[in-house]
Design a protein around this ligand. Structure first.
Ligand code: KG4
Ligand code: ZN
Length: 328
């Protein structure tokens, strides 16, 4: 079995995964959303202190599996340095005390492997990763061969939902709240411009929509539920249309059979519906992870670690370091 740890942002999570069967034997996650809500976003220092309390609590429950462990896996990049260090320190302590090898896991690859929890892998696969920190298209040819072909020039998709929710005083994280409000709203009311729609470039940009929304919010009645819902619906339409337009470009240029959307924001059902239509149009099969594995979790880190273990990809104790940026 492999014990995996995730602490790249505001979720403390530990999982135990069986190497041969890929079965998830234990999985627990403690989110810090309520603690960060009043600040309208994640406060790194607070997040690190909370991980220092919650990770050992979860580990206590996983102790019964210690005797069967073959490796310790931990997210080491990308993420908030101070929170990554909490998970890494725990992983190193376990590695030394139980005499087990370490596996460093890239969080973005972990999100891709959320598709394969308790399942076989499926490659080649083109993946749209939409989370709080990232918006990118990744060509995942195999476990060893993954590269990014498009990314955001400024804000990420999930981050733009968080910022819109903050501007409307709706709470944190913004994604699920804005999606819920949007259901009641008129998406045609505010025709926000879709970014880079005339550009042939495969890239994303969300700072422009955010600014358009900010200017519109200044003009509406902030006590009107209808106005707020219309803003959310119109924003969500523009934000998703941007992803659709760029992926349509990608589909026209590349003949692919399998496409997946992963990351916290892939839980958005409006986004899933729009992508299902796009994929049907191009005769591409759309893959998504179960909703419970879209946001950050240690189960996806554990699933990636199985393939790392089988490929002998271990990291020496002195080489395991936290990095805020992704090295792939
Ligand atoms: O993958 P994740 O849990 O953490 C990162 O790696 O960033 O993603 C969290 C992000 C947040 O920005 C959150 O607002 C967004 O995903 N999100 C959503 C939805 N659910 C979560 N964005 C849009 N619609 C949603 N339903
Ligand atoms: Zn994530």
């Amino acid at each position: 079995m492999i014990l995996s740890i995730e602490s790249s942002c505001d979720d403390s999570s530990i999982a135990i995964t069986e190497i041969e069967t890929k079965k998830l034997l234990f999985h627990k996650k403690i989110s810090q959303e309520t603690e960060h809500e009043r600040y309208g976003g994640v406060v790194p220092e607070l997040a690190a202190r909370l991980h220092a309390v919650t990770l050992p609590k979860i580990l206590e429950e996983a102790k019964i599996y210690f005797k069967d462990l073959k490796a310790i896996a931990v997210t080491n990049e990308p993420g908030l340095s101070v929170t990554l260090i909490e998970g890494i320190t725990m992983a190193k302590a376990l590695s030394i005390s139980l005499n087990l090898p370490l596996i460093a896991v890239n969080h973005l690859k972990g999100h891709i492997y959320s598709l394969f929890i308790e399942k076989e892998t499926l490659f080649p696969l083109t993946v749209l990763l939409v989370s709080g920190g990232h918006t990118q298209i990744i060509e995942a040819k195999s476990y060893k061969n993954m590269h990014t072909v498009a990314s955001t020039m400024d804000d990420s998709f999930g981050e733009s939902f968080d910022k819109v929710a903050k501007m409307l005083n709706l709470g944190y994280p913004g994604g699920p709240i804005v999606e819920k409000m949007a259901k009641e709203g008129d998406e045609e009311r505010f025709p926000f411009t879709v970014p880079l729609s005339n550009s042939p470039k495969l890239a994303f940009s969300y700072s422009g929509i955010k600014n358009q929304v900010r200017l519109q919010i200044e003009k509406i009645d902030k006590n009107s539920k209808k106005d707020i819902a219309d803003i959310c619906a119109s924003f969500q339409k523009a934000a998703v249309s941007h992803l659709i337009q760029k992926c349509r470009k990608y589909f026209k240029r590349n003949e692919i059979k399998n496409f997946a959307i992963v990351g916290g924001a892939s839980a958005n059902l409006y986004l899933r519906e729009k992508f299902l239509s796009l994929c049907n149009e191009f005769h591409i099969k759309l893959h998504t992870a179960p909703l419970k594995y879209c946001s950050d979790n240690a189960a996806m880190i554990g699933r990636y670690a199985i393939d790392a273990y089988k490929n002998g990809d271990f990291t020496a104790l002195e080489d395991l370091k936290a990095s805020p940026r992704s090295t792939f």
